[in-house]
Design a protein around this ligand. Structure first.
Ligand SMILES: Cc1ncc(COP(=O)(O)O)c(C=O)c1O
Length: 389
C-alpha cells in the first residue's frame, strides 16, 4: 500500500493530533485510576481532568447553564441522543425532526412511536438540502414537546439554520435540541445565542478526541429524567439513582481515558483556531468540487463549499455502483472514502440513491491539496472507464 489518502473524516477524524495521543498516554500512565470514588490524591487529580473537560466543553458550546455538571458524558452521539430523547418525552408527546436525520435520531423516535408513546413528524428538506424553519413552525402542535434537528448532514454536508429554528422554538415554548455529530468542532455552536436546549455531541469526529466518548450539553430549562440507573461513586447508601447532574445521566465508571483525549482535542482546536481549520477544509472542499464538476456522468448531491456547508461531498458516477467506486479508490489509488448508504436512510430515499448509496468524500484538518487533486483525478479516470451503461 502506498501513502493513504484518508477522505473519510465524517466517519471519524483520522489521524488525531499528536497532542491527543500524548495526553492519553500520559494520563493513563500517571492518572489511570477511578475518579469520583476515593479521596486519595491521584483520584482527585484524575477527577480534575474530568471536571476540566466538562468545563471546557460547557464553555465551548456556551451553555447558558453555567454549571459544568450539566455537561454529561456518554459513549458517543448515539448514546447522548438516546439519553436526551428517552429522558425527555412522555406518553402523548409530539416530536418534530427532519428527513436529514441519522439513524441515531430516527431509530429512537421510531421505537417510541412504535411503542405508542409519541407521534413524530419528519420535515422534508428542499432541493439544496436545507430544512425550512417555516415548515417546522407549520407542524408545531400543542402537544409538541421537542424539535430535534441534525445540525450538519453527514450525507449532503448541508448546515441547517439552527439559530432560526431555535428562535421559533423558544417563541413557541418548545424544547430544541441538535445532533452536532458532524458540526461540533467545525461550525460554531452557541447554545445561548441560538436558543438551543441541548447539544448531543460525539468526541471522535471534528472534536478530534478518541472513539468511545461523547456527551450531552444540557441547558438550564431541560427537564431531563434519568433513564438508566446504577453506580455513581457517591452517596452509595441512597436507594434511588441520584437526581443531581451529572449523575442523573451518567452510570458507572467514566471513559476517563477518552475524556483526557477529548480535552487535548479541545486544546488543539483552541490553539489552531476553529475558523482557520474550517477555512483550510473548505478550501480543499472547493478544489475537490471544482474537479468533480468537470467529470461527465458525475452527480454531486447538494454540494457546496460556502459557510452553509461542511467539508463533506457525496456523489455518484453514472454506470457504476458507489461500492465499486469505493473499492477501486481504495485498491488502485489508496484513497479511503465511505461508499454505500450512510445511516441516513431518508436522505438516500429522497435522492433516489437507495439501495446502493453514494460515494462520500469528507475532509479533515490534516488533508492536503494532493489528497483532493488525486481524488478528483481518480474519479475522472474511473468515470472514463465505466461510461454509463
Ligand atoms: C449526523 C450524525 N449523527 C450521529 C452520528 C452518530 O455518531 P456516533 O457514531 O459517534 O454515535 C453520526 C455518525 O456518523 C452522524 O453523522
Amino acid at each position: 500500500m502506498g501513502e493513504l489518502h484518508y477522505l473519510d473524516n465524517a466517519s471519524t477524524a483520522f489521524p488525531k493530533p499528536d497532542r491527543v495521543h500524548d495526553a492519553m498516554s500520559s494520563f493513563y500512565r500517571k492518572l489511570g485510576v477511578n475518579p469520583g470514588r476515593s479521596g486519595y490524591d491521584l483520584a482527585m487529580e484524575a477527577g480534575l481532568v474530568v471536571d476540566g473537560t466538562r468545563r471546557a466543553l460547557n464553555a465551548f458550546f456556551n451553555n447558558p447553564a453555567r454549571d459544568h455538571n450539566r455537561l454529561v458524558f456518554a459513549a458517543n452521539a448515539s448514546d447522548a441522543l438516546n439519553i436526551l430523547i428517552q429522558g425527555l418525552v412522555q406518553r402523548g408527546d409530539h416530536v418534530i425532526s427532519t428527513q436529514l436525520e441519522h439513524n441515531s435520531v430516527l431509530r429512537p423516535l421510531y421505537m417510541l412511536e412504535q411503542a405508542g408513546v409519541i407521534e413524530t413528524d419528519l420535515v422534508p428538506f428542499d432541493g439544496a438540502g436545507f430544512v425550512d424553519p417555516d415548515e417546522i413552525a407549520r407542524r408545531l402542535r400543542p402537544s409538541t414537546r421537542l424539535v430535534v434537528v441534525n445540525h450538519g448532514s453527514n450525507v449532503l454536508g448541508t448546515v441547517q439554520p439552527v439559530a432560526q429554528i431555535g428562535r421559533l422554538c423558544r417563541e413557541r415554548g418548545v424544547l430544541f435540541a441538535i445532533d452536532s455529530a458532524q458540526t461540533a468542532g467545525v461550525v460554531p455552536i452557541d447554545m445561548e445565542a441560538m436558543r438551543i436546549d441541548a447539544v448531543a455531541f460525539t468526541g471522535h469526529k471534528s472534536l478530534l478526541g478518541p472513539t468511545g466518548v461523547g456527551g450531552l450539553a444540557v441547558g438550564p430549562d431541560l427537564p431531563l429524567r434519568s433513564t438508566r440507573w446504577g453506580g455513581t461513586g457517591v452517596k452509595s447508601a441512597v436507594r434511588a439513582h441520584l437526581e443531581e447532574f451529572p449523575h442523573r445521566c451518567e452510570i458507572g465508571t467514566l471513559n476517563t481515558l477518552g475524556i483526557a483525549g477529548l480535552m487535548a482535542g479541545q486544546e488543539w482546536l483552541r490553539d489552531r483556531g476553529q475558523a482557520a481549520i474550517r477555512a483550510h477544509e473548505m478550501e480543499l472542499t472547493a478544489l475537490l468540487l471544482d474537479g468533480l464538476r468537470e467529470i461527465d456522468g458525475l452527480t454531486c448531491y447538494c454540494a457546496g463549499a460556502d459557510d452553509r456547508h461542511l467539508p463533506v461531498l457525496s456523489c455518484n458516477l453514472a454506470g457504476i455502483d458507489a461500492a465499486e467506486v469505493g473499492t477501486i479508490l481504495d485498491a488502485q489509488y489508496d484513497i479511503a472514502v465511505r461508499a454505500g448508504l450512510h445511516c441516513a436512510p431518508l436522505v438516500h430515499e429522497r435522492l433516489g440513491t437507495t439501495p446502493t448509496g453514494a460515494v462520500r468524500f469528507s475532509i479533515g484538518p490534516f488533508n492536503t491539496r494532493q489528497d483532493v487533486e488525486l481524488a478528483a483525478r481518480a474519479m475522472g479516470e474511473i468515470g472514463a472507464r465505466f461510461p454509463a451503461r
